[in-house]
Write a protein that binds this ligand. Structure first.
Ligand code: XIL
Length: 379
């Protein structure tokens, strides 16, 4: 159906050209859009919400063109970094709400749904969070109190103004066991339960999500399902699971992604793709593809093959890969409520710097000139 619209729009464009710019054909069919006016949010409207991560610079006005594109193309936003603990609560008594407040206000003014990211995570969380004034590890009770105070301050501040929260991020290992972190070591495995309970108290109307990478993997899937069922069995609200989806041209095997979507939906909660990007660059052998942000491999030229532009055959491959992903997501649009890309355009994607800093990647649907890529209309 979208393809038909596209074809009609081209034909209409041609006929209005033939008629000259005052041609009446254009005016008599005002609902038909020229291809350059197609938007992602319109294209996927019948299937799921479509979103992007927004950076501090973008929301604070340093990149107005990016923000215009974000507003035009997407209907849900996630802060890329601005609500992470180290940014929003850098010191015990210091909160920095500048970027977060601006994003909440912008989203409200423009009718965009906002997903807060993230309340409890082992990364991008300062060391002081886990220590007392002497630098000694906090007790379980003291860390629980610190967690609750943080959640109250942040989730409570935006209560009723944020649609949903990624309450806990990346608590699982690749084999599905619970990750060892300062949260799990000091508090115990039930830190996840407390995070969800505190979030519910602070923002009773927000949807509450668990978010992680590599959730396509069968072992990690089993761990995530156990995590969901544990919360459910204790009557603790969890409304959805976010599959980050930092992918590449050959990883993962998409049938695994599909199996995971089906399995998560069977627990009765929403399934979302929360950080989609598909790198076209070679991934260093032997390293875990996923999204462990602490991975920082020294730059080597052979891992940066397209610094001056993407060869058209690789762009075609990327389009085919995206089509395969979106075919599955559309097939399961009764289960998948949102698909969020991790960034607006290739110019400012974190994939240019992860897992190796300073590369030129092309992982998104919008190119460096802020134009939709040619294959988007086929998705
Ligand atoms: C990334 C940001 O995009 C980078 O700017 C930052 O330097 C590191 O974090 N999983 C997540 C996201 O949940 O928060 C991460 O975002 C990417 C991996």
């Amino acid at each position: 159906m979208h393809k038909n619209k596209f074809t009609i729009a081209i034909l209409l464009g041609m006929s209005s050209l033939a008629l000259g710019c005052n041609g009446s054909a254009e005016q008599s069919k005002p609902t038909l859009k020229a291809p350059e006016q197609l938007t992602l949010k319109a294209q996927f409207k019948e299937h799921f919400k479509i979103g992007t991560a927004i950076s501090r610079d973008q929301i604070l006005g340093a990149l107005p063109e990016d923000l215009n594109v974000a507003k035009a193309q997407f209907n849900t936003f996630t802060p890329e970094n601005s609500m992470k603990w180290e940014r929003i609560h850098p010191e015990l008594e210091t909160y920095d709400f500048e970027a977060a407040d601006a994003l909440v206000q912008y989203a409200q003014e423009n009718n965009q749904e906002l997903v807060g990211h993230t309340l409890v995570w082992h990364s991008q969380t300062p060391d002081w969070v886990f220590e007392d004034e002497q630098g000694e590890p906090l007790t379980r009770d003291a860390l629980l109190m610190r967690m609750q105070n943080h959640i109250n301050a942040v989730a409570g501040r935006y209560k009723n103004r944020i649609f949903a929260w990624d309450v806990v991020n990346e608590a699982l290992n690749e084999d599905g066991t619970l990750r060892e972190s300062k949260w799990s070591t000091i508090i115990g495995d039930d830190f996840i339960e407390y995070a969800f309970k505190y979030a519910k108290q602070a923002a009773p109307n927000a949807k509450l999500y668990y978010n992680d990478y590599n959730l396509y993997k069968p072992e990690k899937r089993a761990g995530a399902i156990a995590l969901i069922k544990n919360l459910q069995s204790k009557g603790i609200e969890i409304d959805g699971i976010g599959m980050q989806a930092h992918y590449s041209l050959d990883n993962p095997e998409l049938s695994l992604m599909e199996d995971s979507i089906v399995a998560y939906a069977a627990t009765g909660i929403d399934v979302m793709i929360t950080e989609l990007d598909i790198s076209v660059l070679p991934f260093p052998e032997g390293e875990e593809q996923g999204a462990d942000i602490s991975l920082d491999i020294a730059l080597q030229e052979r891992f940066n093959p397209y610094p001056n532009g993407l060869p058209s055959e690789v762009n075609t491959q990327l389009g085919e890969r995206y089509k395969a992903v979106f075919d599955i997501l559309k097939k399961h649009d009764d289960k998948v409520s949102r698909v969020t890309f991790w960034g607006i355009s290739d110019a400012r994607t974190w994939r240019n710097d992860w897992p190796m800093q300073g590369r030129t990647d092309y992982p998104l649907l919008i190119d460096r000139e802020l134009k939709l890529k040619s294959f988007v209309s086929d998705l």
